[in-house]
Write a protein that binds this ligand. Structure first.
Ligand SMILES: *Cc1c(COP(=O)(O)O)cnc(C)c1O
Length: 376
């Protein structure tokens, strides 16, 4: 029986060629032609004037907040439902993440709740394009402008998405990406921040390199970090960028097949995409209906037995011990999605036959759960 992991990187001859080239050149640390090429090409794709590469997506988040001057006593508004790195980056600054619930349709931060959560200490809104759906940046921008706040986007899961034709990367004051092994583009570990604010970009470059004055070696005006990406990782990313459109198209076809299946199923719901949005095809996300008669774990347990790996949706962060251990339903929409949502295997090198085999196993698992429920 073929086993299907939730994710698997797509690495081709081109990645190997560029990585070998970087190794043979001797430029394996954080200087080299692939780094410059990657930053230039990534900024063009994002539609911004700058891209600042980092060694992962979490450091990209911390770098942009640190460069924006966020520190102790400050508050940053973040969604309750996201990966923990979003809130951790705020905490690293000594600032406080203020959680608000997500919208039941887009699963992204609810702008009206953001407006209600602003206090005199609020400095920024950090929106997350959860499971590929861009947040409502038009409304968030109005709120941020009205209160003088920075608008930052965590686009770790939404590369290739867009809002009203504008690409993810250019929708906020600064946008962060992750190139972890399960993301849409990968180099193992890597990240990037895109922005069209030259002062913010310069500050990020300074802090990324230990705070060293770019014109004076070993002279450090501020305390910085070592958040640099390597030239070898950038070489892999240059290859991934060349193959990006083809890889995204393949992912999109896979996610569409899951969406069609769940839209036709009485037991599942497909995600809802706003009319002016292109959702990025990261990991296919399905939600078990409330009236299914059985819980998600029963279904994902059966899928696991059938060789199909899944991931549950994230826990609401305020429910985690690190962020207060509040009841899961303190943020009701996040709590509800967190209990019912799950991700299905989504990777570029999955064939059409694989997709059909997985959907058949999903169908069998749902039937099995239903039969078991009827017997009880
Ligand atoms: C993957 C991810 C990150 C950061 O990822 P790294 O593993 O540090 O590269 C941040 N936010 C979200 C929403 C993510 O999915």
């Amino acid at each position: 029986m073929t086993k299907y992991p939730v994710a698997r990187p797509s690495l081709a001859d081109l990645e190997e060629k560029y990585a070998s080239d970087a190794i043979r050149s001797g430029w394996i640390s954080s200087t080299g032609p692939y780094l410059e090429r990657f930053e230039t090409e990534f900024a063009v794709r994002a539609g911004t004037t700058a891209a600042v590469a980092t060694n992962n997506g979490t450091t990209a988040l911390h770098l942009v907040l640190a460069a924006a001057g966020i520190g102790p006593g400050d508050e940053v508004i973040v969604p309750a439902l996201t990966y923990v790195a979003t809130a951790n980056a705020v905490t690293y600054c000594g600032a406080r993440p203020v959680f608000v619930d997500v919208d039941p349709q887009s699963w992204c931060i609810d702008p009206e709740q953001v407006a209600a959560a602003v206090t005199p200490r609020t400095r920024a809104v950090l929106a997350v394009d959860l499971y590929g759906h861009p947040a409502d940046y038009a409304r968030l921008r109005e709120i941020c402008t009205a209160h003088g706040l920075r608008l930052v986007a965590d686009a770790a899961e939404s590369l290739s998405g867009s809002l009203r034709g504008k690409p993810v990367g250019a929708l906020a004051d600064a946008t962060t990406f992750s190139f972890f092994g399960n993301k849409i583009l990968t180099c193992g570990e890597g990240g990037c921040v895109t922005t069209s604010d030259p002062d913010l970009a310069a500050r990020m470059r300074l802090l990324r390199n230990q705070g060293m004055d770019p014109d004076r070696r070993y002279f450090f005006p501020v305390v910085g970090y070592n958040y640099r990406l390597t030239n070898v990782a950038a070489a892999i990313l240059c290859a991934q960028l060349e193959r990006c459109d083809v890889m995204v198209a393949r992912r999109r076809a896979i996610v569409d097949a899951y969406d069609r299946y769940s839209a036709a199923s009485p037991l599942l719901s497909a995600p809802v995409t706003a009319p002016d949005v292109t959702r990025a095809p990261w990991m296919a996300s399905l939600v078990l209906n409330r009236d299914a008669g059985f819980d998600r774990e029963r279904l994902t347990g059966r899928l696991s037995d059938a060789g199909v790996d899944t991931r549950p949706f994230f826990h609401p962060l305020p429910a985690l011990p690190a962020y207060g251990s509040l009841p899961v339903d303190a943020y009701p929409v996040s709590g509800d999605l967190s209990r019912r949502g799950f991700n299905m295997p989504t990777f570029v090198d999955m064939s059409q036959d694989d997709v059909e085999a997985i959907l058949q196993r999903l169908d069998d698992a749902l039937r099995g759960c239903r039969a078991e429920t009827a017997l009880r």
